[in-house]
Design a protein around this ligand. Sequence first.
Ligand code: DGT
Ligand code: CA
Ligand code: CA
Ligand code: ZN
Length: 571
Amino acid sequence: MNNSDIGKIMREIGELLEIKGEMIFKIRAYLKAAEILSTYPEDLAKLYEEKGIKGLTQIPGIGEGLAKKLEELFNNGKIGYFEDLKKELPEGLLELLSVQGVGPKKAKFFFEELGIKDLKGLEKAVKAGKLKDLKGMGEKTEENILKGIEYRKKGIERMRLGDALPVAEALIKELKAAGAKEALYAGSLRRGRETVGDIDILVTAKEHGKAIEAFTSFERVSRVLAKGGTKASILTKDGIQADLRVLSPDEFGAALNYFTGSKEHNVLLRELAIKKGLKLSEYGVFKGNKRIASKTEEEVYRALGLPYIEPELREGRGEIEAALNGKLPRLVEPGDIRGDLHMHTAASDGTGSIAELVSAAKKKSYEYIGITDHSASLKVARGLSPELLLKRIKEIEALNKNLNGIRVLCGSEVDIKPDGTLDYDDGLLSRLDYAIGSVHTSFGMKKDEMTKRVIRAFKSGKIKIFGHPTGRLLNEREPYEIDMNEVIAAAAGEGVSLELSASPYRLDLTDINCRAAKDKGAKVCIDTDSHAIGELENMKYGVMTARRGWLEKENVINCLPLKGLLRFLAR
Ligand code: DGT
Ligand code: CA
Ligand code: CA
Ligand code: ZN
């Protein structure tokens, strides 16, 4: 049982309580625990084994009661409380919550009125037109829910990057422990796509059998789909398929290049090879029958007359032309990131304290962080009243006097209201180091209205970052209607940076929008939007997406040193 399994159980308890209609503080305790535990940097089972219940209660945000439930889980493999809840309410109801437009209240209502127990049941009821006759529903609701179901079903086929990468890394660790020399993930995962269909792993190993054995006996395997001399496929408990290929070292580079893809990139490379009188395959570059490159990817590209092309660029979006013209971007790297400007504390809907965030950021060698709790009107996230925000400004001022090597900026994630005005008055906003403006309400606005709303907020001169610009939740919620071309142009003009939320549930801006921002001269800010300390580690997903959008460190404001950043924020 790993941390993400444990987090999932906590979330499901919280959600079942929500469907049941329990007290909000109780629900929140479980949902918060889910965030803290699923991203906790140490292995929780091991922590418990070594330090017992004491070790668990030392985790900030985990009290005695929760720790006891975890103890039960580690000892019995289940939690009685959770089992009882599942007897009261079918577990399948949880699936309904991931459908856009269905919340806990509706899930309960559908269950009680129509006996709907899971996604399948809901789909059947919608298609039979049973929902529209319920109280408070209509054809429009039914239509929306059907759209939500279809979007959700599509999503199940592709895993989020943030769910797949840890599994791939765990597999690679196993393979290395079993003696594999090279072990890398290829495919869409290596290209850093926001979602992946499956994990592709390539290894070289003296003993092929040992690698295959290690792969198929991975602790998270639920089914072995295929097992041969040089290939194997598994399905993991996370519901993801992984394919392994064992290769000989002299063809590793060519295979890595082929299996990294994308298909489009491969096709273009092959055409280029043909133009040069060569042949490219997964076994190498050939001149007639002679293999002239295959060992490393660099060799393969060189044989085709190209410099190395980073995996994130290999989408057939002009990278080969750029490479031929010496115009490849120098992509932003994780080490270029100097701070994180979007994080929440327990004062609003986060789980940590400012001090905890500071110490976590110091460990990452950040030069600065920005604390940005929600603004007053966002009641669901317990936004800060103006008085509390003023108190916080002073608190952070005092804190900075005692800090070395890192600066804490006092920001706010301010709601952009439906009319485009901001949730605090100008006087208060001017006292902050900066504000992130975000849309959290009225997602259903028409495209031109939403675009106007956001641009009006830009023109206030009071926000420096536009938070999670399209509002999408990967595999769960489609973006709201908004004209990103106009928004990007306005951001460039008004000196507002566009956030690239590194949260694996968002990755918003998309890669395509990042590239448009770069082309139009708008800056990007890669933020984690952390609600728990462990989420600071999500930065890597943001960087991967930025790289797919051809971004260089010059395009990203949190690659600036503190002084430069302050200058940007002050403009
Ligand atoms: P995914 O898994 O759907 O997220 O996307 P990929 O890109 O990982 O695709 P996958 O797993 O089907 O195959 C891995 C790579 O192998 C792919 O990126 C390129 C290469 N490949 C697979 N099938 C073909 C093909 O029919 N033609 C060419 N040129 N390359 C292929
Ligand atoms: Ca794949
Ligand atoms: Ca594959
Ligand atoms: Zn936020």
